[in-house]
Design a protein around this ligand. Structure first.
Ligand code: SF4
Ligand code: SF4
Length: 477
């Protein structure tokens, strides 16, 4: 028999409280290593090439020969060891022929009534210059969604801006249209939006609740932190008005849990205090954090030190999540919950997100963009709501993104969770949506290792947590 050697890019060993685990990269699965597997793997660490005879000789009288042979065979099946004479197989190029569109994002107004200093939106304008989407554009977009999602029972319609509530006339008309047309087609439409909350009124809350909107509120924490960046056009902090509206919303909103989305920038990095305020003092169901690392305005990007501080805070909050999960409680830290979901489901992502595949974003011209962050950018669009998706060009773009063979992602141990990172982040930072998010990779790997450890502890101490609290989720980051 020829010698076998390790395939390090397919495995990552993790030790949790004396246990030896193998994170199997191709399937995002965790295996507990028994004594035989641990010893055999140890031999591969000692010698570059290992034969079956080497294994038998080394463990003669220690492990049963059949168990040793089985273990070697399992290692080969898992592709964590490979015949040394064989070249690593090159992944076959993937052809995209199917576009499983399920979500359309409508940029209903490029204008926003606030002037948050860090806002990343490429097409953002002040309210007086805001370009509002026409009803016909939105209706055509929904028809395109119905056509492309013909095989689906549910479709998702997302309203984005600027500030989407500043074009309620359109949102009301499109909601009525979409609900009627979806029913005619035998489908359910799920509606959602992200808002700064300032334009919420009692009537509006009632109306959104009646239509079961999924709501995400952009809010950055207690007054001192929120007011650093989230300001009116006149430069005044918006905490008081937002907190007042949020209290009212959370008191009355019954149809769905409401989440908060926090943008972390220099000075707004105290993850624990922000979570405490939003979750426990205001009462949001969950809180998600988006660290800014690649915005247009360099002063709002977190530097390496600040990023490290943010992730130290996220890990501390992650430990609180773990303590809660062991007692059967979800502490509403949505980044951690998403990571647990990926690990529970054995997520194997070939692409970082659904942009361009399951989701498209429509700008006020009716052109189709990869996602809500690209509307107004220089990246070419991929068709429009009247002529449909430009499938040849979109397919070529996605196939290019799928081919990571010449990039560091090819051998990265979290490649099936991260898949190269957000296209927009890479586009903003490197001018290339396919560029790996290098400024971030070590931190992301560390975060996933942290998640694996937490997952193992929860699995051990309260596995029901996963069946009770984890369900497939969809979110606009
Ligand atoms: S972007 Fe970085 S962390 Fe993500 S898969 Fe590529 S190398 Fe790994
Ligand atoms: S991860 Fe990035 S590219 Fe993907 S949908 Fe979100 S913002 Fe867009």
């Amino acid at each position: 028999m020829t010698g076998l050697h390790l395939v390090p890019e397919n495995m990552h060993e993790v030790r949790v409280e004396g246990r030896h685990l193998l994170f199997h990269v191709p399937t995002t699965s965790l295996f507990e290593m028994d004594a035989v597997a641990g010893d055999v793997l140890g031999l591969f660490h000692e010698k570059v090439t290992v034969t079956a005879d080497d294994v038998r000789d080394r463990f003669d009288g220690i492990h049963e020969p059949e168990r040793l042979a089985e273990t070697l065979s399992e290692f080969k099946d898992l592709q964590i060891v490979r015949d040394g004479t064989l070249e690593a197989p090159s992944p076959a190029p993937i052809k995209i022929s199917d576009y499983p569109l399920s979500t359309m994002v409508l940029n209903v107004n490029t204008g926003c009534n606030l002037s948050c200093t860090y806002c990343y939106k490429e097409d953002l304008t002040s309210p007086d210059k805001g370009e509002k989407m026409e009803f016909q554009t939105a209706a055509d977009a929904f028809e395109l969604l119905l056509k492309e999602a013909a095989a689906r029972d549910r479709v998702n319609l997302v309203f984005f801006g600027g500030e989407p509530l500043s074009n309620m006339k359109l949102i009301r008309a499109v909601t009525e249209y979409a609900e009627r047309r979806a029913a005619e087609e035998g489908k359910t439409v799920d509606l959602s939006l992200t808002t700064n909350a300032t334009l919420l009124t009692d009537d509006l809350i009632e109306w959104l609740d009646a239509h079961r909107f999924g709501l995400t509120i952009s809010m950055d924490g207690p007054r001192a932190l929120h007011d650093l960046n989230r300001k009116t056009i006149g430069g005044k902090g918006t905490y008081d008005v937002v907190a007042g509206k949020v209290r009212k919303l959370l008191e009355r909103y019954r149809s769905r849990p409401v989440g908060a989305r926090v943008t972390l920038t220099p000075g707004v990095t105290d993850v624990i205090a922000i979570h405490r305020h939003l979750k426990h003092e205001l009462g949001f169901f969950e809180v998600g954090f988006s660290p800014v690392t690649a915005g247009d305005m360099a002063t709002f990007n977190l530097n390496q030190e600040e990023l490290a501080e943010v992730f130290a805070g996220m890990k501390e909050l992650g430990r609180h999540y773990l303590e809660g999960a062991v007692k059967g409680e979800n502490n509403g830290f949505s980044n951690m919950h998403q990571l647990m979901t990926d690990l529970v489901e054995g997520t194997r992502k070939s692409l970082p997100c659904g942009a361009g595949l399951g989701m498209l974003a429509v700008d006020n011209e009716g052109d189709l963009n990869l996602c809500h962050r690209f509307t107004g950018s220089d990246l070419p669009t991929f068709g429009n709501v009247t002529d449909g998706i430009d499938k040849p060009n979109l397919g070529a773009f996605l196939e290019d993104m799928l081919d990571r063979s010449d990039k560091s992602c090819r051998t990265c141990r979290i490649r099936n969770i991260c898949s190269g990172g957000c296209y927009h982040e890479s586009y903003a930072r490197y001018g290339d949506p396919a560029h790996p998010v290098h400024h971030y990779c070590d931190i992301l790997r560390d975060w996933v290792d942290f998640g694996i450890e937490a997952y193992t502890r929860i699995m051990d101490e309260n596995p029901e947590f996963f069946t009770k609290h984890i369900e497939p989720r969809r979110a606009l980051p």
